[in-house]
Design a binder for this molecule. Structure first.
Ligand code: FES
Length: 111
């Protein structure tokens, strides 16, 4: 089974974490299953950026992002070339190293 190494994040997993993932599972679902509460404001429907992750290793093993995903990512805080939406990026057969950005922008919560 592929593994996902989550790098330390001050609130969500201060010491980092290693998660066993199923092939085909989204990065977000693997994290949530393991108690890493990445936000998912739009309930995984590719309509927010709160599940933004940066795939530091293994990025090329993932299926390419769709145009909808790229459009959302354009609005993400701290966008990088290896950014993905955690609910859209599905684990393939390679291990991943994932960084959860320090900030998220939740457009739904802005007043
Ligand atoms: S949870 Fe909103 S895009 Fe992933």
């Amino acid at each position: 089974m592929p593994k996902i190494v989550f790098l330390p994040h001050q609130d969500l997993c201060p010491d980092g974490a290693v998660v066993e993932a199923e092939t085909g599972e989204s990065i977000l679902d693997a994290a949530l299953r393991s108690g890493i509460e990445i936000e998912h404001a739009c309930e995984k429907s590719c309509a927010c950026t709160t599940c933004h992750c940066v795939v530091r290793e293994g990025f090329d093993s993932l299926a390419e992002s769709t145009e909808d995903e790229d459009d959302m990512l354009d609005k993400a805080w701290g966008l990088e070339p290896e950014s993905r939406l955690g609910c859209q990026a599905r684990v393939a057969d390679e291990d991943l190293v994932v960084e959860i950005p320090r900030y998220t922008i939740n457009h739904a919560r802005e007043h």
